[in-house]
Design a protein around this ligand. Structure first.
Ligand SMILES: NC(=O)c1ccc[n+]([C@@H]2O[C@H](COP(=O)([O-])OP(=O)(O)OC[C@H]3O[C@@H](n4cnc5c(N)ncnc54)[C@H](OP(=O)(O)O)[C@@H]3O)[C@@H](O)[C@H]2O)c1
Length: 307
C-alpha cells in the first residue's frame, strides 16, 4: 500500500506548464502569480514541453525566479523518459540522471519535489531505474517519484527494484477521454469496443493500491483533438454541461472539473489553461459534488454507454 500523495495546498487542482511557450515572460509571471493567489501549489512540467529540451522549464525558471521561501511553498514536478533527439523512450539510468540535471538547471532549483517517468519504456530495466532513483534521492535532487501513463503491471515491474514509493500516476482522463472508467462500466460486453481493456484495469489498480491518479488534458477530446467546450461533435455534452452549470450557477468548465473530482478515486486535475479566470472556475468546480444522476448524464452525453 502506498498512500503518500503529492502535497497540494488547494484541494485537487494543479497547473500544467506544457502550453506556456505561447506566453511571453511577463505572461508566464502573471499566470504563475494568479495561480499562487488562487492557492495553486503544484506546477507540472516535463523535459519535452516546448520546442526543444527543457524549453518550458527554462521559460518558467527565468520568468518566475523563485526565492528560497517561495520555492519551499510550491511543488515542482517534472517528467523524463521521452526522447526528443532520437526515436522512442529511454529509462536508462544515464538518461534519467542527465535529464534531471537539465531540469534542475532550467527551472532554477536545487531539487524537484516529484520526478515522473513520462511514458512506459518497454526496454526498461527496473534495476537501472532503481539505481537512478537511489542516486537522485541520496543527493537530495529529487524528493519523491512517480510515473505517468503506466499500467498497474508496469508499476509492479518497477516496484520489483525501486525502493521509493511511486506516489502518483499521471494519465489522461476527462469527459473527452473517459477510457479509464468506460471499460469497467461495459465489462464483459462482447463486441462492444467500450469493453476493451486499454490499460489493464488501471482505475481499480490505483484504488486498490491507494495510488494517486493525476489527470492530464482534462478538457481535451481524444488525443489533442480540441476542447470539449468547442468541438461541434460534442454538442450533446455541451448542452448537458450548460444545463447543469446553470443549476449550480457556474460555468461549463467548473462542471467538467466537478465531473472528474466527483469520482471517489480522488483524482488530482492538471489544468492546461493559460488563463487565470479558467483556473478559478475549475477550483470552484472541484468543490461541487455532482449527483450520481448528473455524473452519469454527462458521461452518456459524452458518447459513452451505461449498459
Ligand atoms: N503526462 C502526460 O503524458 C501529459 C500529456 C499531456 C499533458 N500533460 C500535462 O497536462 C497539462 C494539461 O494538458 P492540456 O493543456 O492538454 O489540458 P486542458 O486543460 O484539457 O487543455 C488546455 C487547452 O484547452 C483550452 N481550454 C481550457 N478551458 C477551456 C474552455 N473553457 N474553453 C475553451 N478552451 C479551453 C486552453 O486554452 P486557454 O489557455 O486559452 O485557456 C488550452 O489551450 C499539461 O500542461 C501538462 O502539464 C501531461
Amino acid at each position: 500500500m502506498q498512500k503518500e500523495q503529492p502535497p497540494l495546498a488547494n484541494g485537487r487542482i494543479g497547473l500544467g506548464m506544457m502550453r506556456i511557450d505561447s506566453l511571453d515572460s511577463s505572461g508566464i509571471r502573471a499566470l504563475y502569480s494568479a495561480a499562487r493567489g488562487l492557492g495553486i501549489t503544484l506546477f507540472d512540467h516535463a523535459d519535452v514541453y516546448g520546442r526543444e529540451w527543457h524549453d518550458c522549464e527554462r521559460r518558467f525558471g527565468s520568468a518566475v525566479k523563485l526565492a528560497a521561501s517561495e520555492r519551499e511553498e510550491i511543488v515542482l514536478q517534472t517528467k523524463c523518459g521521452i526522447r526528443m533527439d532520437a526515436p522512442g523512450l529511454d529509462f536508462s539510468a544515464e538518461h534519467i540522471l542527465r535529464q534531471v540535471e537539465g531540469s534542475l538547471r532550467s527551472l532554477g532549483t536545487e531539487y524537484l519535489d516529484v520526478l515522473m517517468l513520462h511514458r512506459p519504456d518497454t526496454l526498461v530495466e527496473p534495476e537501472e531505474v532503481a539505481r537512478a532513483f537511489d542516486e537522485l534521492e541520496e543527493s537530495g535532487k529529487v524528493r519523491t517519484f512517480g510515473v505517468s501513463n503506466h499500467t498497474g503491471g508496469q508499476i509492479d515491474l518497477l516496484r520489483t527494484c525501486v525502493r521509493q514509493p511511486l506516489i502518483a500516476n499521471q494519465v489522461q482522463f476527462g469527459l473527452g477521454h473517459a477510457a479509464l472508467v468506460a471499460q469497467g462500466l461495459a465489462a464483459n460486453m462482447e463486441g462492444n469496443p467500450q469493453s476493451y481493456d486499454l490499460d489493464n484495469g488501471l482505475l481499480t489498480y490505483s484504488r486498490v493500491h491507494g495510488m494517486t491518479l493525476q489527470v492530464w488534458s482534462p478538457f481535451q477530446s481524444g488525443f489533442f483533438e480540441g476542447s470539449i467546450f468547442d468541438l461541434p461533435g460534442q454538442r450533446p455534452l455541451q448542452s448537458s454541461l450548460s444545463r447543469i452549470a446553470e443549476k449550480y450557477n457556474t460555468s461549463s468548465s467548473a462542471i467538467a472539473t466537478a465531473w472528474i473530482t466527483r469520482h471517489p478515486a480522488r483524482m488530482q486535475v492538471i489544468l492546461g489553461t493559460t488563463r487565470a479566470d479558467r483556473i478559478s472556475e475549475s477550483i470552484l468546480g472541484s468543490k461541487i459534488v455532482l449527483t450520481r444522476a448528473e455524473w452519469y448524464e454527462l458521461y452518456e452525453a459524452a458518447g459513452y454507454i451505461v449498459p
